[in-house]
Structure formats: C-alpha cells, structure tokens
Ligand binder design. Structure first.
Ligand SMILES: [Zn+2]
Length: 237
C-alpha cells in the first residue's frame, strides 16, 4: 500500500492543477455553503483523519459530481448543488460519503491495485519508462488510469457500502438530516435515466443502496436529533 503521506502530497498537487485548469466558482452563496457543510463534516471525521488540512472548492461545472482526495481536498461541482436543489442535508450526505472514502483509505487501495496492474504490464512510453512505477501510475499515462489520484477508478461495491454507512453517520453527527442521503440518491438515480453521471461511474450502486441506507436510518436519525439538540437547534421530525 502507498503511504498516506505520499498520496496526500500527490493529491494536493493534483488538486492545485485542477484549480488552475477548471473554473472555480465565484458564486459566494455556493462557496459559503460548501465551506460550512464541509467544515461541519470534517469536524466529525476528525477522529478518523486527525491533522488533515481540509480544503473545500466549488467548481463551476454542470455535471453533478463531487470528490474527496487523500490529504483533505474536496471538490463539489455547481451541477451537484443544483441537482440537490441546494438542499444542505443532501449535499452533506454526499460530502459525508466522499470523506468516508478518504477515512477508509479507499483511494489508497484503488491506487495500489492500479499500480499492481501497471507493474504487470509492458510500459510502451519511453518517457514513462524512466519514471518510477508510482509516478507512472499517478501520471495516468500507462494504462489510461486517469489524471487523478485514483479518482477515475470506480470504487468497489464493498467500498461503496462502507462509505454509505459511515458517511450517513458523519452527516447525522454533524447535524444534517440523514434522510437527505436517500432523497439525494433518488435524484441521482433519476438523473441516470437521462444521462449516466460521472459520479455514478466512480460510485457504482452497491446493490440496494437506498434499502441499505434505510436500514441504518433509525440509528442515524437518533444521532442527528442529539446533534441538533447539542447545537441548540430543532431537528426536523
Ligand atoms: Zn462512493
């Protein structure tokens, strides 16, 4: 397995390139919303990811997509905020899910697997051949693995289930209504009927996702009610 530190370093470099290449949203409402939700989720996830320097960025892109990279770099497309109708409980569900992938080191596992594939193959590109195996994989040239740190590879069904489970608790403990996870995934499924969103290609359906989320809802809801009380706020009932 690749070290956390190594992946974090490369993710940070990758994220900087994305910010240069793709347009970062100047919508102050969107930016503040994602910052606010992100900080609350990160506060809960801190026990799993101590010392992470989080950064939350809104990209001005129509595709409903979001991601979190090792090292605490989180990107949310404006298209996802629109798909969620700016519903913060739904957006929190997505950010919770993404941060859970990071907490489980899922990208690390994906990258290590990808590297195993790359190492087993013949590297045709001469420039690539001179680089170390990890550089090759991270450069994404060898096997079309993608330009990001493990981001273009789909998560496994098991990883999706883990992220759904923990993500649900993260958002609930941060004071977001966990039922937002269900309404969000329903919207995503509807979107799929129109056009396959990129988000679903990297986050395949782990089977009965909605049923699985529902089966954890009682506990998540209790955590949410407690979190709201602790914040001096009224929970949705
Ligand atoms: Zn996922």
């Amino acid at each position: 397995m690749l070290s956390d530190e190594y992946l974090a370093r490369h993710s940070k470099a990758q994220f900087s390139r994305m910010k240069d290449k793709d347009s970062v949203s100047s919508d102050s409402n969107y930016r503040e919303m994602i910052q606010r939700i992100g900080e609350r989720i990160a506060g809960v996830a801190q026990v799993d990811l101590p010392g992470t320097e989080w950064e939350f960025v809104v990209f001005e892109k129509p595709e409903p997509n979001a991601f979190a990279m090792p090292g605490g770099k989180v990107g949310v497309n404006s298209g996802l905020i629109k798909l969620a109708n700016e519903n913060e409980d739904e957006i929190a569900a997505v950010i919770g899910h993404e941060i859970a992938h990071v907490a489980f080191r899922h990208s690390n596992k994906r990258m290590s697997q990808a590297m195993g594939i790359a190492l087993g193959g013949v590297i045709l590109d001469t420039a690539m051949r001179k680089k170390s195996s990890s550089e090759r994989v991270l450069a994404g040239g060898a096997y079309g693995i993608g330009t990001s740190v493990g981001m273009a590879l789909p998560f496994s069904r098991k990883q999706e289930k883990e992220a759904d489970h923990r993500g649900l608790y993260y958002s609930a403990m941060a004071g977001y209504d966990p039922r937002g996870a269900i309404s969000f995934w329903k919207k995503m499924q509807n979107e799929k009927k129109r056009k396959m969103p990129e988000f679903l290609s990297t986050h395949p359906n782990p089977g009965n996702r909605i049923e699985f989320l529902q089966s954890n809802m009682d506990r998540a809801f209790a955590l949410y009610v407690n979190a709201k009380k602790a914040r001096g706020e009224k929970p949705n009932l």
